[in-house]
Write a protein that binds this ligand. Structure first.
Ligand code: AMP
Length: 212
């Protein structure tokens, strides 16, 4: 029962890898970012409250994220494992997660900051299925529409340059300390996240086969 956390800065490719890994291992991809964006689009009160923080590139308060995560983890498809993407993002969330469940592996995406800024500002995403495109390195086959379902692509509000700077600062201050948290527990495997998605997927596969 694989319970895997993908840890890494925004733009490291966690979402892209989480989706293919989840398909391969036949477990759900649980992205707190996707769940919060969904709630914001549905205009639930939680979603509207979260949206203010998300647009600014700041962390949504722990109790709101935890509420949405608990609900998702409680659904039947999460009973046999999952790929957790975007949670935990600070030490309090990691402690909360330790109370809820036992995580098997934490795969930490390692990538230089200059590459992240480049990726985030060129990123367009399908609002329906979440597939991410990069105008420079992975453009859609037809300009402006998703290859998989034809939905018009959108740029995330928090991929604007000011929000990107905030998100990177938040990552360095609040999320990066989790590397040490999981290293101490012997759960951490660093993954070189440079290169194209196929290369990174190959490294993930090797890391997961090496030790389970
Ligand atoms: P992501 O799609 O993972 O980049 O998340 C997008 C945004 O959602 C983040 O910049 C935060 O505002 C919010 N968010 C996602 N996950 C969390 C979390 N675990 N804790 C707090 N905020 C989160």
């Amino acid at each position: 029962m694989p319970r895997i956390v993908l840890l890494g800065p925004p733009g490291a490719g966690k979402g892209t890898q989480a989706r293919s890994l989840a398909d391969r291992l036949r477990v759900p991809h649980l992205s707190t970012g996707d769940l919060l964006r969904e709630a914001a689009r549905a205009k639930t009160s939680l979603g509207e409250e979260a949206d203010v923080y998300m647009r600014a590139g700041r962390l949504v308060p722990d109790e709101l994220v935890l509420r949405i995560l608990r609900e998702r983890l409680g659904r039947p498809d999460a009973a046999n494992g999952y790929i957790l993407d975007g949670y935990p993002r600070n030490v309090a969330q990691a402690n909360e997660l330790d109370r809820i469940t036992a995580i098997d592996r934490v795969l930490a995406f390692d990538i230089p900051e200059a590459v992240l800024v480049e990726r985030l500002t060129q990123r367009w995403t399908c609002p329906k299925c979440g597939t991410a495109y990069n105008l420079a390195t992975r453009p859609p086959k037809t300009a402006g529409t998703c290859d998989l379902d034809g939905t018009p692509l959108a740029q995330r509000a928090d991929d604007a340059p000011a929000a990107v700077r905030t998100r990177l600062a938040v990552y360095n201050e609040q999320t990066a300390p989790l590397l040490e948290h999981y290293r101490r527990k012997g759960r951490l495997t660093p993954i070189d996240a440079t290169g194209d998605p196929g290369q990174v997927a190959g490294r993930l596969r090797i890391a997961l086969e090496a030790r389970t």
